[in-house]
Design a binder for this molecule. Structure first.
Ligand SMILES: [Zn+2]
Length: 93
C-alpha cells in the first residue's frame, strides 16, 4: 500500500514539477522540487486516526523523513498515548 501511494504521489509531483513530499512542495527553498526515493519517505495519515481518519489509500500520503519525524514529535507533545496509537496506525498504512 505504501508503494502504491508513493508511485501515485511521485507521478503527480513530476507532472507538476514539485517535490513528492507535499510539505516540501509548500516550501520556498531547494527542497521544493526534490523527488525523494521510496526509502527516504514514510507514510502518514492526511486525517489523523484520532480524528476519524481511515486507513485507505486516499487518506494516506508519503512524507519525507524530515517532515514525518516533525509530525510525530508534534503528536508526541500532546501525549504519549496518542503518539503510540499513531505509530501503530502507520504500520498498517
Ligand atoms: Zn518534506
Amino acid at each position: 500500500m505504501k508503494k502504491t501511494v508513493y508511485a501515485r504521489q511521485t507521478n503527480e509531483a513530476q507532472v507538476q514539477g514539485i517535490s513528492n513530499c507535499p510539505e516540501c512542495a509548500k516550501g520556498h527553498d531547494n527542497v521544493r522540487t526534490k523527488i525523494y526515493k521510496f526509502n527516504e519517505m514514510d507514510a502518514d495519515h492526511v486525517t489523523a486516526w484520532s480524528k476519524g481518519g481511515a486507513t485507505t489509500i486516499e487518506n494516506c500520503q508519503m512524507l519525507c523523513k524530515t517532515h514525518n519525524i516533525y509530525h510525530l514529535r508534534d503528536v508526541f507533545v500532546n501525549g504519549f498515548k496518542y503518539y503510540v496509537k499513531h505509530r501503530l496506525k502507520l504500520k498498517l498504512c
